[in-house]
Design a protein around this ligand. Structure first.
Ligand code: 5AD
Ligand code: SF4
Length: 468
């Protein structure tokens, strides 16, 4: 008989009874990976393991990997090499999961060079962890649980959240866009949306526990339920009129207790009017939109398979600025994509100047095995990529500094998140535009919304004062 993950959790818990075992998870990726790690932590906690921040104390150690950019591979292999001694001395169970495990060349390397790894799991087999651990504890055989990548979304995994004010909720998995630089469609599979009801129930439960801020997660959030519309599954999934990203935003906005709603990442080509109007109408939805540009050159965008031009991107930004009062933007930009010229870079800088982003996440193009970009002939030399990156960075930093100055003297409504990492006596919060504000105040304010007057700016944070 097949056991469910809940039954395996119980079995492992019995085996672990009274042993005071510890777990350590290292998350190497994006917010979706973080959210997966919270589920791994939830299952491990139920199996009787206690979290430790010290890798050497761990009886089970998990690396949750990412493969979007290159240097993560070297880092992972370094880490696995380092734990060999711990494995020999203490018998620590070593498990490696996440996106990188969906890449054949990585799997081959681990099997060949690091035979002491116990468990390898993929992005769709998180729920197999209890079963894998059970089998390891019973017969110490190596387990590989990758499975095909288009598996169903498994509901109901326990979750151990890293924060008690802000929470991330995955609304969809996978991506159908195949941007030519990106490995994600190959390792996370096709788009699959969660049921609206499951999402709303999860957010309601978070609100009941006192959570204030929700980030809706997916590789392509604004095509939420699109595949289901195309394959006819929408009829059984639709719930109280929710059949799109816009209607989901409106429903989440109605949940009492939640004060702030964010979402990452949307795709510019899917930014339909209904989504723009929902952002305008929903008070709790942040008027900060992460709108990945990737490049400002129409030619490069075409080679990247992004399906919009420089002009269309700028027109979309203009439309949103008109419809949504006070809207601001953040973005992702890749420099050094194959074939990029100095003129193409100028186009990117031009868009950056025009949009005046709140924040730009900048990346140097990194070749990913199996993607069309990797096979392109006109790759850019490393030093040229770095020069271009530095040029972009200089522009972005000067813009951010100028923007920060505009905050001085304004009053910002912020959600107080906790004490400052650098100074226990100071509190920190964030503006809707995601700027960190540091200020002096009573710890009772944690978890509350407060108005702060901004008194000074520093590159990565603003300083504020409470208003009496
Ligand atoms: N090289 C560099 N950056 C990349 N990104 C995705 N793939 C690559 C790559 N091969 C960046 C994109 C994406 C962000 C999450 O990572 O900008 O939006
Ligand atoms: Fe990658 Fe493009 Fe999909 Fe984003 S939209 S995950 S960049 S393929």
């Amino acid at each position: 008989m097949e056991h469910t993950f809940e039954q395996y959790i119980e079995k492992v818990k019995e085996l672990n009874e009274g042993k005071n075992l510890k777990y350590y998870i290292l998350t190497m990726g994006c917010q979706l990976n973080e959210n997966d790690s919270e589920k791994l932590g939830g299952m491990l906690t139920k199996m009787g393991y206690i979290e430790t921040n010290n890798q050497e104390d761990a009886d089970i150690l998990i690396y949750n990997t990412c493969c979007v950019r290159e240097n993560a591979e070297e880092k992972l292999f370094g880490k696995i090499g380092e734990v060999k001694r711990q494995k020999e001395q203490k018998g620590t169970i070593i498990a490696i999961g996440g996106c990188m495990m969906q890449e054949q060349h990585i799997l081959d390397k681990i099997k060949q060079s690091y035979p002491y790894v116990d468990i390898i799991f993929g992005t769709h087999t998180l729920h197999k962890l209890p079963e894998d651990i059970y089998k390891i504890l019973n017969n110490r055989k190596k387990i590989e649980d990758i499975l095909y990548i288009d598996g169903e979304v498994i509901e109901g995994l326990p979750i151990k959240r890293n924060d008690n004010i802000k929470a991330s909720v995955t609304i969809m998995n996978g991506c159908n866009n195949f941007c030519s630089y990106c490995i994600v469609p190959y390792v996370r599979g096709r788009e699959r949306s969660r049921n609206p009801k499951d999402i709303l129930d999860e957010i309601q439960a978070l609100a009941n526990k006192g959570y204030k801020e929700i980030t809706l997660l997916g590789q392509n959030v604004n095509s939420y339920l699109r595949s289901e519309k195309e394959n006819g599954k929408i009829k059984e999934m639709e719930y109280e009129g929710i059949n799109s990203f816009a209607t989901l935003l409106r429903a989440v906005n109605e949940i009492d207790g939640i004060e702030i709603i964010r979402f990452v990442s949307p795709h510019p080509k899917d930014f339909t009017d209904d989504v723009i109007e929902a952002i305008r109408d929903c008070k709790k939805v942040c008027k900060l939109i992460h709108l990945p540009l990737q490049s400002g050159s129409t030619q490069v965008l075409k080679a990247m398979n992004r399906k919009y031009t420089k002009e269309q991107y700028l027109a979309l930004v203009d439309k949103m600025k008109k419809v949504i009062p006070g809207v601001v933007f953040t973005t992702d930009i890749i420099v050094g994509f194959p074939g990029e010229t100095e003129a193409d870079l100028e186009d990117t800088l031009d868009v950056v100047r025009k949009v005046n982003f709140e924040q730009v996440f900048m990346f140097i193009y990194s070749r990913r095995v199996g993607t069309p970009g990797d096979k392109m002939e006109n790759q850019i030399p490393e030093e040229v990529k770095h020069q271009r990156f530095n040029k972009l960075k200089a522009l972005v930093e000067s813009q951010i500094q100028a923007r920060n100055k505009e905050y001085i003297g304004t009053v910002q409504n912020v959600l107080v998140e906790g004490t400052s990492k650098n100074n226990e006596n100071m509190l920190t919060g964030r503006t809707y535009s995601n700027k960190v504000v540091v200020f002096e105040g009573s710890k009772d304010l944690i978890g509350k919304m407060v108005d702060l007057k901004i008194v000074s700016e520093h590159m990565w944070y603003l300083k504020g004062e409470t208003i009496d």
